[in-house]
Ligand binder design. Structure first.
Ligand SMILES: Nc1ncnc2c1ncn2[C@@H]1O[C@H](COP(=O)(O)OP(=O)(O)O)[C@@H](O)[C@H]1O
Ligand SMILES: [Mg+2]
Length: 294
């Protein structure tokens, strides 16, 4: 799942599997000094990670942003954003162009570090941790960019990811699941990934993430530039993923699909949360919030 994160910076330049592997092969035993994120963790470990689990213990949100301020250098993009996603919940993050949705998605997967506020994943304070630690904690980030190895076949791309997550023996079963989720990938298993359409490549990168069954999938502008039929297929796959227990944070400018899939909506306006509520109540609020495209 780290491929997707790594590639975002590389903007589709990744063609060599070896370089991709290098990027993706996070240290399996944490080579990160214990100090890196555990100071805060240690301080909070006692209340956040109780060892006695009772049937009535409330489940920690799978993702929680609290008063997050973040930006790029001196530029501030987020001014105190707070929301949470419960385990298995699907949350839509909507708002006009440039209000900070992608920045929230990056904060949620560790690619942007807040200058103030905190990020918790599954009850653990992850503020300031590296992206691979977010990934290991169960956060998958599907970016709008391409994250496939162009010079490998569809099946080689999938086998590479699945082998890493499930080990060699798990590859076959994972492939079957992937082809069930996206039949077109099964039909094209011997085709070079780079020769497929943009939509099919996005399906391929989704399939690589989905079979890992993350705790939460952060999907940024999944539908951008895709034909409606492909978008429908991707959303159908998201639905299936959710049935497997994965929570979703769906970032979209085109809101119809997202509202349909999600229980709750967070409307972002200029770096802060303007409205939050049930998808069923979001219709008017969301329509009014969108300025005409320009
Ligand atoms: N890498 C970056 N460097 C500097 N500014 C950025 C960068 N990415 C986004 N921004 C700025 O941060 C603000 C929020 O951007 P973004 O999170 O991409 O919004 P959205 O996804 O809602 O369109 C915008 O003003 C944008 O110009
Ligand atoms: Mg964006």
């Amino acid at each position: 799942m780290s491929d997707a994160q790594a590639v975002e910076e590389g903007a589709g330049t990744m063609t060599e599997p070896t370089s991709g592997e290098a990027v993706a092969s996070e240290p399996t035993a944490p080579a990160v000094p214990a100090a890196a994120g555990s100071k805060a963790q240690a301080a909070e470990a006692a209340p956040a990670a109780p060892t006695v689990v009772t049937a009535t213990a409330p489940q920690a949100p799978v993702l929680e942003l609290r008063d997050v301020v973040a930006g790029y250098g001196p530029f501030r993009a987020l001014f105190g954003v707070s929301f949470e996603v419960a385990p298995g919940e699907a949350l839509a993050l909507v708002g006009s162009n440039g209000v900070g949705k992608t920045t929230v998605a990056r904060v949620a997967s560790g690619l942007v570090t807040p200058t103030q506020g905190t990020v918790h994943v599954d009850g653990t304070d992850m503020t300031g941790a590296k992206p691979y630690r977010y990934a290991r904690a169960g956060v998958a980030h599907a970016t709008e960019g391409r994250s496939v190895f162009a010079t490998l076949t569809v099946e080689e791309n999938l086998a590479l990811s699945f082998g890493r997550v499930r080990g060699k023996r798990g590859v076959r079963e994972a492939l079957e699941q992937a082809y069930e989720l996206f039949p077109v990938l099964g039909e094209r298993r011997r085709q070079l990934a780079g020769s497929m359409s943009g939509g099919q490549q996005r399906m391929l990168s989704m399939a690589r993430v989905m079979v890992e069954v993350p705790k939460i999938l952060v999907a940024d502008e999944l539908s951008l530039g895709l034909a409606p039929i492909i978008v429908a297929e991707l959303y159908e796959a998201l639905r299936k993923l959710r049935e497997q227990g994965t929570a979703l944070l769906i970032v979209e400018q085109q809101v119809a699909h997202a509202l349909d899939l999600c229980d709750r909506v967070v409307l972002l306006g200029h770096g802060s949360v303007e409205w939050t509520g049930a998808s069923a109540d979001a219709g008017d609020v969301v329509t009014q919030a969108f300025e005409p495209a320009h």
